[in-house]
Each structure stands twice: as C-alpha cells, then as structure tokens.
Design a protein around this ligand. Structure first.
Ligand SMILES: Nc1nc2c(c(=O)[nH]1)N[C@H]1C(S)=C(S)[C@@H](COP(=O)(O)O)O[C@H]1N2
Ligand SMILES: [Mo]
Length: 199
C-alpha cells in the first residue's frame, strides 16, 4: 500500500515529505487522555517561569493582544502522517524570548499542558522563526481537539513536541524529558533524520 500513498504529489511536494511519512489532506487528532474542555475556563492563563529574567502570566486576552505572527508550514507526526501548508497564527517564540529574557544558564525548556502532558526542547529550538504559541489554525480559533485555546507549534520536530492545551513553559539549566521522551521516543525528534525512537 505504502508506495501508492503519495501518488499525485508534485515534485515539490515530494521533497517536503520526510522519509517514512505519507501525506494526509485531513487533520488527524492524536493525544493521550481526553480533550480537557470545549472552551477554556475563565481562569485560564499561560505562564513562563524558571531560568528567565521576567517570569510572566498572561490571560488569553492579554496573549491575543501581543504582536501576532502568521506561519505556514508542514507538520509531521511520528505515526507517519504529514500535512503540508498548515497555517497558524499566534505569538512568535523568538519575540517572546526577547521579552522574558532567558538567563545565561538556561539551556532547555519543558512545555506543560493541561492534563499533565509535557514535551521538552533545547532552548535554541525555540529561537526558530517558525515556532509559535498558536491560537489560530487556518484563520479560525483552534478546535478543542487541536489544543484550544493555545498550543505550541514546533514544526521542525515530530508533532508530539507541539503540546496542545499549553499552559506554560518552564526554563531549565539542564534537560528534563517530556511525556513521550520518557517512553523512549527520540529526544531530538527530527523528521528529516527519522529520529523516531531513542534507541
Ligand atoms: N497536551 C497534549 N498535547 C499533545 C499530545 C497530547 O497527548 N497531549 N499529543 C501530541 C502528538 S503525539 C501529536 S501527533 C499532536 C497531534 O496534534 P493534532 O491532534 O492537532 O493533530 O499533538 C501533540 N500534542
Ligand atoms: Mo504524534
């Protein structure tokens, strides 16, 4: 079956599907546990803390009032689907890092989501222009099952790093594994190197 799955792709599209992946047109929903809410609770907030000069808390309205960035990019799930040209709007991580000022000792970041899900990345990964705190997909507020009201978007990594229902980023002086990373998934998670598993 696999060899037929990418029929109909242009040469450009083929160069955008990493090894072992196939293209989907729909938007699969994947997560452990259940969708935490249909609408964010009134006391919903987003926090940054740890190794930063300016620990901060934002309400949803405050986050939406920050300068917004739009990103169109391809996403790749380790279960083998890739979705091309996804459009997102939110707060640029490089911009946010400029505001919150990681200390000289900060090296890693752990994303915390409602329901206890976590995902870790080196700080430098968040300095990429396509990394967002995303609140819109395709011109609409995120759907509940896709992480409403806020998710992390780290398109250059397998999609499990893009934590849905994001509530905070913790800045660390050393690496701390997230949910799937503790279960043996790759820490670096680069789809182009097919870094699916740690071993
Ligand atoms: N909070 C939370 N975020 C999560 C997950 C999860 O289980 N919980 N699963 C991850 C995985 S494995 C994938 S592939 C993507 C799926 O995002 P989607 O459902 O919007 O396609 O969300 C990621 N973010
Ligand atoms: Mo995934």
């Amino acid at each position: 079956m696999g060899i037929f799955r990418n029929r109909g792709l242009t040469d450009d599209e083929k160069t955008r599907i990493p090894p072992g992946q196939h293209r989907v047109e729909d938007f699969p929903v994947l997560h452990v546990g259940s969708v935490p809410y249909e609408a964010a609770p009134d006391d919903w907030d987003f926090k940054v803390w740890g190794e930063i000069e300016n620990p901060t808390r934002w309400s949803l309205n405050e986050l939406r009032a920050l300068p917004a960035t739009e990103v169109t990019t391809d996403i790749h799930c380790v279960t083998s689907w890739s979705k091309l040209d996804t459009s997102w709007k939110g707060v640029s991580l490089p911009w946010l890092l400029g505001q919150i000022q990681p200390t000289a000792d900060a090296t890693h970041v752990l994303a915390h989501a409602d329901g206890g899900y976590t995902a870790n990345v080196p700080l430098e990964v968040l300095q990429d222009d396509d990394v967002l705190l995303a609140y819109e997909f395709d011109g609409q507020d995120l759907e509940p099952e896709h992480g409403q009201p806020l998710r992390l978007l780290v398109p250059k990594k397998y999609f499990w790093k893009s934590a849905k229902w994001l509530r905070g980023l913790e800045f660390l002086t050393e690496d701390r594994l997230g949910y799937w990373e503790r279960y043996g998934y790759s820490n670096s998670a680069d789809p182009w190197k097919e870094e699916r598993y740690a071993f």
